[in-house]
Design a protein around this ligand. Structure first.
Ligand code: IVH
Length: 368
């Protein structure tokens, strides 16, 4: 009798120890990967992680798929199950000029009652692959790709390995169940490292960060996905009762739950402020550690979304502005003459490799 009592006591102590280590390591990941301000050294982190791994191995009854030890992924091959989206996953209409942004604003004003006041939220348009995350009771339970917009692939195991994706949320304020959508990205540093590795083993180079992110997200082996150095920014909250009637404020609240929400977002009162934001990021994008391909403009007031409505594929309350293709001055190394099937000769320039539009450019045809 006494022995059983002692055993239960010990198990309780071990469980507490495990939970404390998990909370500590989750916080360390958050400081490092979301806040970009690590509080402990990698060495200290590894020691605590090993301690947790050992306790979990000795006490398998406390296994938890959301434990920080699970971020390394598994070597087992996985099949991706198709799962229906609770809310269909829409895309955005694209625009390419100031005039089209003005048309968008005019359309919105026409659809709303006269004198209705509202602002726009302006955000970066992350150039990656979209993801929908579901949380229940503060725990990540599912991650789906867009798929055809109605059904997506369940890539939860791979998403769990992305260190900036919270497995367990902070605070008390989040609802019992909700979805949050965003973009999985491959930062330039991870992309260059990956292509370096591919060069060494004689594999063809990956064309750009977007393709590399999409490929990594769909790798069958989550231990491989874990090594790809992916990141994830969130920009769209979906639930029955949103915390406030402002998208901008809701994203700030989501940030306090532990999500990586970009700080590079503003509220704009009019078109001129939107244009200023576009012009600023058209230049400044080259200083970001990841690719963006434009700006997203959203009506900030949530209650206006229903009034404005949706087309078959896109909301009427938001639009994307796409940057023009990049230009770069590069050094010409040599010229090859390529003979086509029909005997036509095309000169091809060999260039000093340059990052352009998210791609590494090394060769360019000189046909014109
Ligand atoms: S909002 C219903 N915000 O761009 C609207 N999308 O071309 C949902 N994207 O499908 C999307 N950055 O994958 C939104 N700040 C941002 C975004 C963003 C990138 C992607 C997203 C979307 C695609 C549309």
């Amino acid at each position: 009798m006494q022995c059983n009592f002692k055993e239960t006591m010990d198990k309780k102590t071990i469980e507490n120890q495990i939970n404390e280590l998990r909370d500590f390591l989750n916080r360390c990941n958050y400081d490092y990967y979301v806040k970009n301000s690590p509080k402990i050294s990698d060495y200290e982190f590894d020691i605590k992680l090993k301690e947790l791994e050992k306790l979990e191995k000795e006490n398998p009854e406390f296994f938890d798929s959301n434990s920080p030890t699970q971020r390394v992924g598994s070597d087992e091959n996985q099949e991706f199950k198709q799962v229906k989206h609770k809310y269909s996953m829409l895309s955005l209409a694209n625009t390419y000029s100031e005039g089209e942004i003005r048309d968008f604003d005019a359309r919105i004003r026409k659809l709303l009652p006269e004198g209705e006041e509202f602002e726009y939220a302006c955000e970066l348009k992350f150039d990656g692959t979209s993801i929908s995350l579901t949380y229940e009771n503060g725990l990540l339970i599912r991650a789906l790709t867009r798929g055809d917009g109605q059904k997506g692939d369940d890539v939860t195991n791979n998403v769990r390995t992305i260190k900036s994706v919270p497995l367990k949320l902070y605070g008390e304020g989040f609802p019992k169940e909700f979805e949050i959508r965003g973009e999985i990205l491959m930062p330039h540093s991870s992309f260059e490292k990956l292509n370096q590795e591919r060069t060494e083993i004689g594999e063809p180079l990956l064309a750009n960060c977007r393709n590399a992110a999409a490929g990594a997200l769909k790798t069958q082996n989550s231990a491989v996905a874990a090594k790809r150095g992916l990141d994830c920014y969130l920009y769209y909250l979906l639930m029955d009762n949103l915390p406030t009637d402002s998208h901008f404020e809701n994203m700030k609240i989501a940030r306090s739950w532990g999500f990586k929400v970009s700080e590079n977002t503003v509220k704009a009162k009019n078109i001129d402020e939107i244009i200023a934001f576009i012009n600023y990021w058209d230049k400044e994008r080259y200083n970001l550690p990841y690719d963006i391909d434009g700006i997203v403009i959203k009506v900030d007031k949530i209650s206006l979304r229903d009034t404005l409505g949706y087309t078959a594929k896109t909301p009427r309350w938001a639009i994307a502005y796409k940057f023009k293709a990049e230009e770069a001055a590069v050094k010409l190394l040599s010229i090859d003459y390529q003979v086509g099937r029909t005997g036509i000769i095309t000169p091809v320039a060999n260039l000093e490799p340059a990052h352009l539009g998210g791609t590494i450019v090394k060769r360019a045809t000189l046909h014109n």
